[in-house]
Design a binder for this molecule. Structure first.
Ligand code: CA
Ligand code: CA
Length: 641
């Protein structure tokens, strides 16, 4: 709807510039007005923003026009910047602190020709700048919308998009959408989630493989197969009613090769061009390696992510500004609670640090988590803002995703080798490196996401070990993220098909689905050997109850959110740690081995003194641990005192 509205605005653009707003009657407008001003971005703005407004304006030979602003008060043109392409200008707009919110008109004049373009300057929501964001108190539920729930079948294929509905194809569009998310917000809240990270919902009008949304073709509009901008805002509003935050997944590094600006590009260096296709060398170490060549770094940050994903040049100040204002626009427009930034290290690091700074200056309490996908702990730590890097670099990025911990969990859990240093020692080892991180409270922890192997596949469909993964996520430092379906031990439908195979549809999300895992009745009836689920009858519901108990408990557990950790080394595939603060303690014991294990309670004397009767969180039963206490094979206990 919003898009059509804008097109209508563009259509009414060519009228006499009398300054009389009543002149804006679409029926007065001649067809010749079409495409005179094809685009103004950001789509609107607000009074009282810190970031100065710079409009990208596209129109045929628009650089030949003079620009002024009419309406209200306190809004004026400060400076016009011409681009390489005469079809673009970048206009710096001054908005006084006491400017009048409302409808303004951009007036483009050339001789006796005049184009008017309606532009809205709004009032900000109260407390907008101070908005809270996601934190260690949250559990984030990751959704890939095309595969989650189809709430509106009429948008499964749309006239204005190329890639059509094909649910039988692993890399095709399956029809999931924003309405499907809205329909299941109660489910998401019921299992203990307090935030949703949805993979991108912006238009991805690539001819194929568009379902994942990571090849954006219009940064200001929701894909019509997911809904529209207004429905997106409604989703945020409905989520907030249920105390669920919304984290938008954004990709400033690359756009889709079908992006509109690939046909009409503002600057020659708007994106990175090569004589022959050049992909990134994915050599992230070149960002901090003192021995790295500049060439390697250049190819890492400027090479394309994929032939269908064009690498943006954030060293062009107009490109950078475009992405800064775009991000702020979405926060303000949709009332967002956070960002997840895709492919973070592929961006040029200095401009991206500037980008983070700009966002954080506008919203000082905001949280942004970057996908810095590396197995190297020191390299990961380098990307977190405030880290004491030898080269002085400060990314200004608040949060990072703990891939090394994910790797350790995935290595440890299926490991039955009782040998020295095997199994859970891998997890101990990761936390032994916590001294390198600037801020442990800004670490997203996870056992899997939409890019990694599914935890259900990792634990070889063993419910006992899935429960151990959930205990780790619910009790370790940082804030947990769970990929939709992992709470029910979804597995890939085809391990040989990569992403397409692991991003299975959520049974029950589609009209006519035989199995419905969103309901207790459906989970209890679920049987073995169905796509996305492979547990004996009744076990899906039992797994979810275990999961829900843990994460509902975690919500109010300050000592888990912000307490310290003390852990103890063992090399017998067990792992023990305490979370503690001045008033509370939680003890976690993992027995990932195939033998019953006695808890060496006396060994923990430096921290367990005076701990008598506690409560085991999952069973809810009172428990007094001694050196005689035995923990069953492949199980975990969580005891709060
Ligand atoms: Ca749909
Ligand atoms: Ca790049």
């Amino acid at each position: 709807m919003y898009k059509r509205f804008l097109i209508a605005i563009a259509l009414i653009a060519l009228v006499s510039c009398t300054g009389n707003k009543s002149a804006f009657d679409p029926s007065n407008v001649a067809d010749a007005a079409k495409n005179e001003v094809t685009r103004v971005e950001p789509l609107s703005w607000w009074v009282g923003m810190k970031a100065p407004l710079q409009l990208l304006i596209q129109g045929e030979n628009i650089s030949e026009y003079e620009l002024s602003i009419e309406g209200g008060s306190g809004v004026s043109v400060k400076e016009i910047h011409k681009a390489d392409n005469p079809n673009f200008i970048f206009a710096d707009i001054t908005i006084a602190d006491n400017a009048q919110p409302g409808t303004y008109y951009l007036l483009f004049t050339k001789g006796d020709k005049c184009i008017k373009y309606q532009y809205q300057i709004d009032t900000r929501r109260e407390g907008s700048a101070e908005r809270k964001s996601f934190s260690t108190a949250d559990m984030i539920y990751l959704i890939m919308p095309d595969r989650f729930a189809n709430g509106e079948t009429s948008n499964d294929s749309t006239d204005d998009t190329a890639d059509k509905y094909a649910r039988n194809e692993l890399f095709g569009r399956h029809g999931g959408d924003i309405q499907g998310i809205i329909d299941h917000l109660d489910y998401i809240a019921s299992i203990g989630a307090t935030a949703i990270w949805s993979t991108p919902l912006l238009e991805d009008n690539q001819p194929e493989h568009s379902y994942h949304g990571y090849a954006c073709t219009d940064y200001y509009h929701i894909d019509s197969r997911f809904g529209d901008n207004e429905l997106y805002c409604k989703m945020v509003e409905e989520a907030h009613k249920r105390d669920l935050k919304i984290i938008m997944d954004i990709v400033p590094n690359h756009c889709g090769s079908a992006h509109w600006w690939m046909q009409d590009t503002p600057f020659d260096d708007w994106y990175h061009k090569f004589d022959t296709y050049t992909g990134s060398n994915i050599c992230f170490s070149s960002n901090m390696d003192p021995n790295a060549s500049k060439k390697d770094l250049y190819i890492q940050e400027s090479g394309w992510f994929d032939k269908s994903m064009v690498d943006m040049n954030l060293n062009n100040p107009y490109t950078l500004k475009y992405f800064e204002l775009w991000a702020i626009w979405w926060i303000e427009y949709a009332n967002l609670d956070g960002f997840r930034v895709d492919t973070y290290p592929y961006n040029e690091k200095e401009p991206m640090a500037e980008w983070c700074k700009t966002i954080m200056e506008e919203y000082p309490n905001f949280n942004i988590v970057g996908e810095c996908w590396t197995a190297s702990i020191p390299q990961l730590a380098y990307w977190q803002g405030g880290n004491d890097n030898k080269d002085g670099f400060n990314s200004n990025l608040p949060s990072i995703m703990d891939f090394p911990l994910r790797d350790a969990i995935a290595a440890a859990l299926p490991n039955n080798n009782p040998g020295w240093g095997q199994g859970m020692t891998a997890v101990y080892d990761i936390l032994s490196h916590d001294f390198v991180y600037h801020d442990l409270s800004k670490m997203m922890i996870f056992a899997g996401n939409h890019d990694t192997d599914r935890i259900g596949d990792v634990v070889k469909k063993d419910p006992a070990r899935l429960k151990i993964a959930n205990v780790l996520l619910a009790t370790m430092r940082g804030y947990p993220q769970v990929f939709a379906g992992d709470e029910l031990m979804f597995v890939s439908c085809d391990l040989g098909m990569g992403h397409g195979g692991l991003r299975v549809d959520f049974p029950g999300g589609w009209p006519g689905d035989k199995m419905n895992l969103f309901t207790e009745e459906g989970r209890k009836a679920a049987t073995k050997n169905t796509d996305g689920l492979d547990v004996p009858k009744g076990q899906a519901d039992e797994l979810l109850k275990h999961f829900t108990t843990l994460f509902q408990w975690r919500k109010g557990k300050e000592v888990i959110h912000n307490g310290k950790t003390m852990h103890f080394i063992t090399r017998d595939n067990t792992y023990a740690f305490f979370r503690y603060n001045d008033t509370d303690k939680v003890f976690v014991y993992i027995n990932n081995s195939l033998e019953p294990k006695q808890i060496p309670w006396d060994y923990y004397s430096e921290i367990n003194e005076g701990l008598g009767e506690g409560r085991e969180v999952v069973s809810g039963e009172k428990m007094t641990i001694t050196s005689e206490t035995v923990v069953a094979p492949k199980s975990a206990i969580v005891v709060e005192y």
